[in-house]
Every structure is written in structure tokens, then in C-alpha cells.
Design a protein around this ligand. Structure first.
Ligand code: EPU
Length: 336
């Protein structure tokens, strides 16, 4: 079924809690439905959204917003070690993670409690606690917006990197993701080296899928605002990557600055730390601020417009640039 709405509120469709509208809103529940809709010919501005957990609407959207309500999961292949699970793009991300943990299938447990839907996991390459969704993605199925043809992207086609994929690059804005297939393990190998994750898991009784999920949920709950209570889009900025020489001179000046050397020789810095050092935890604006436990998360303190948030974010970027000479890039997709 395809549902078509005119002048539709986007408030329930963005975790920032921005009160914007879409000129048209199209929600479909099968591949055939969206193919039939697009086959009639579609042009004009378009935006494909998932759970709206990584979006900032600065204005009302003067075009068509597409939302997938394709549900369901099925095993499409398996052997004694692993399996391929094909999942509808409209499935809630954490329901998928919870289900795979219950089944005893390893891979997604470190990605527990991330807001959003399955389709977006392939666009954003969502990541947390040492795991990125792209590592597990075997295939992405799409329908092209311009000619309604079905496409398939293998893992390699997707060019996953930190919070990035081909769907944010050369294929940006061209596809509606319909299904994502994940390769999961029947013999889980735990990744517990990030921060205090291992310690938490040990406190819960040792490494099992359920304990890793519980530990991750508890860490996130302590550090990140719950979208039901406080409007935000998770990390607003990406962690910046700088050349080793820049990182070294920053360490000399700021010995406590967290730094994470990458295999390529560059160094990743912590955006949260940089923002906190600029004093933003203590200087909220009227409608906008950063979260008290994680400065990388910009929050709606109540009644913020998209423009309020963007102005605030730009002030944060300018202050980090001035103090540290480092440029922060936004992780959130700003839609104007
Ligand atoms: N830090 C501060 N002050 C802050 C925040 C962080 O000093 O206000 C320091 C921490 O003490 C720590 C370092 O910065 O030394 C890193 O902090 P954390 O472990 O919280 O991770 P992060 O790099 O800030 C990233 C992801 C998160 C993800 C966590 C855990 C990005 C942009 N963000 O945050 O992702 O949950 O790692 O893996 O890469 C998201 O994308 O929405 C998100 C929440």
C-alpha cells in the first residue's frame, strides 16, 4: 500500500523535535508499491527519510518526502558458521538488534539502542563501541527515484567508511533503499575493547550477546539523551581527523586531549572533548545547548527551530576552530 499525504507534519519524523512540514509525504510498504508510484514519473525535490534520527529540518520541505514502511526479516542463506538476514528498510533498528541477540546471532550487539531504521544504517554506516554497521552489510537493494528500476549494491559497491557510504557520495539522493542484508555469525566473536565496555560486560557476568547488549544500552543511557525525552540527532558532529604532526602539537599544548591514531597515520580527535573545552556545556542558548554528559550531542532545549539549531552549531564550529584550529564537520544532514 502507498499512502500519500499533502502538507504533512514532520514532527513525528525527526528526533530533533523540529516542527516542519513536507509538501508531500509518501509512505510505501512494498517494493511493488514504490515501483508503481515512481513508474508514473516523478520529478521535483525529494528526500528519503528513515527514523529521522540524523536530520535537521531548517525550513518546511518544499518537495516529496519518502518513507519506507517495508517490514519483515528472512534468512536468505546460511551455513554452520553464519547466515544472511534480509531485512526491510522500515524495520526499527533496535528491534532488529534485539531480535538477532535473542536468536543468538552475533554482529549487531554493539550497535544496540541506536535510534533509526534499517535503511539508514546503510547510508550512514552507523557505528558505536568499535563496530560499524557496514562491516556486517552484505547487500543493499534499492529502487532508483528517476526511473523506478531496482538495483543491488554488494558490500564492496557501498564503499563504507566512517559515517559514510556511496549513498552519501556519488549515489546521494538517487535511491530509495528497500532491503538491507546483514551477514551475522552463529559463533559470535565479541568486540569489547572500546572504552569501559569489557569492564561492564564482566560486571554483568561475562561475554554473552545479551550481556553485551545490556552493557551497551546502559553506557548509552548514561551518556546520551533518550530521543523520547530530549530532542537531538545523536552526535551532531563527526570526530575530526588531523595529520599526525597537527595532533602532536595539540598534545604538547593540551596534554589531556584524547587522541586515537588511525592505521593510515592520521589521528582522530574527540569532538565532544573539543566542544566541552570551549565551554559549551556551561553556556546553553535559549532553545539549544549541548548535552550535559556528551558535548557532541546538540539538544533541543524546547521550542527550537531548525535555524536556532544551525546557528548554535555554527557558533560551536567557530569556537573550536578559533581555540584549536580544528574544523568540525556536521554528521547530521541539514535539510533546508
Ligand atoms: N569526551 C569529553 N567530553 C564530552 C564527550 C566526550 O571529554 O562531552 C571525551 C570522552 O571522555 C572520551 C572521548 O571524548 O575520552 C570519546 O567519547 P565517547 O567514547 O563518548 O565517544 P565519541 O567519540 O564522543 C563516538 C560516536 C558515538 C558513539 C560513541 C561510542 C561519532 C561522531 N560519535 O562518540 O555515536 O556512540 O563513539 O562508540 O563518531 C552517534 O553517531 O549519534 C553517536 C552517538
Amino acid at each position: 500500500m502507498t499512502k500519500i499525504y499533502k502538507t504533512h507534519s514532520l514532527l513525528p519524523h525527526n528526533t530533533f523535535g523540529i516542527d516542519a512540514t513536507a509538501e508531500n509525504f509518501v509512505e510505501f510498504s512494498s517494493v511493488d508499491d514504490i515501483v508503481a508510484f515512481l513508474s508514473k514519473g516523478f520529478d521535483g525535490r525529494s528526500l528519503v527519510i528513515g527514523g529521522g534520527s540524523n536530520l535537521l529540518f531548517v525550513n518546511d520541505f518544499d518537495g516529496t518526502v519518502f518513507h519506507s514502511a517495508i517490514m519483515g526479516m528472512e534468512i536468505v542463506d546460511e551455513n554452520e558458521n553464519d547466515l544472511l538476514l534480509r531485512v526491510g528498510s522500515g524495520v526499527n533498528w533496535d528491534e532488529l538488534v534485539a531480535y538477532t541477540v535473542e536468536q543468538g546471532w552475533g554482529g549487531l550487539e554493539n550497535l544496540s539502542a541506536i535510534p533509526g531504521e534499517v535503511g539508514a544504517s546503510a547510508v550512514q554506516n552507523v557505528g558505536a563501541y568499535g563496530v560499524e554497521a557496514g562491516e556486517l552489510i552484505a547487500k543493499v537493494e534499492t529502487v532508483r527515484l528517476d526511473d523506478a528500476t531496482r538495483r543491488e549494491f554488494t558490500h564492496d559497491d557501498c564503499s563504507f567508511s566512517y559515517r559514510h557510504s556511496i549513498f552519501k557520495d556519488t549515489e546521494k539522493g538517487k535511491h530509495i533503499i528497500t532491503y538491507v542484508t546483514y551477514r551475522l555469525s552463529k559463533k559470535p566473536v565479541f568486540k569489547l575493547t572500546y572504552g569501559n565496555l569489557n569492564e561492564k560486560v564482566e560486571q554483568l557476568g561475562g561475554a554473552t550477546l545479551a550481556n553485551v547488549r545490556r552493557a551497551v544500552c546502559e553506557i548509552r543511557e548514561a551518556k546520551l539523551p533518550s530521543p523520547e525525552k530530549i530532542g537531538s540527532a545523536g552526535s551532531f558532529f563527526m570526530n575530526p581527523v588531523v595529520p599526525a604532526s597537527v595532533a602532536e602539537s595539540l598534545t604538547n599544548e593540551y596534554p589531556s586531549m584524547p587522541q586515537y591514531p588511525l592505521a593510515c597515520g592520521d589521528v582522530k580527535l574527540s569532538a565532544g572533548w573539543l566542544i566541552e573545552q570551549c565551554g559549551w556545556k556551561d553556556t546553553p542558548h535559549e532553545h539549544v545547548g549541548v548535552y550535559k554528559h556528551q558535548a557532541l550531542v546538540v539538544i533541543n532545549r524546547g521550542g527550537a527551530t531548525g535555524k536556532n539549531v544551525l546557528d548554535f552549531a555554527e557558533a560551536v564550529v567557530a569556537s573550536v576552530k578559533e581555540k584549536f584550529g580544528v574544523t568540525l564537520n556536521m554528521e547530521v544532514n541539514v535539510i533546508d
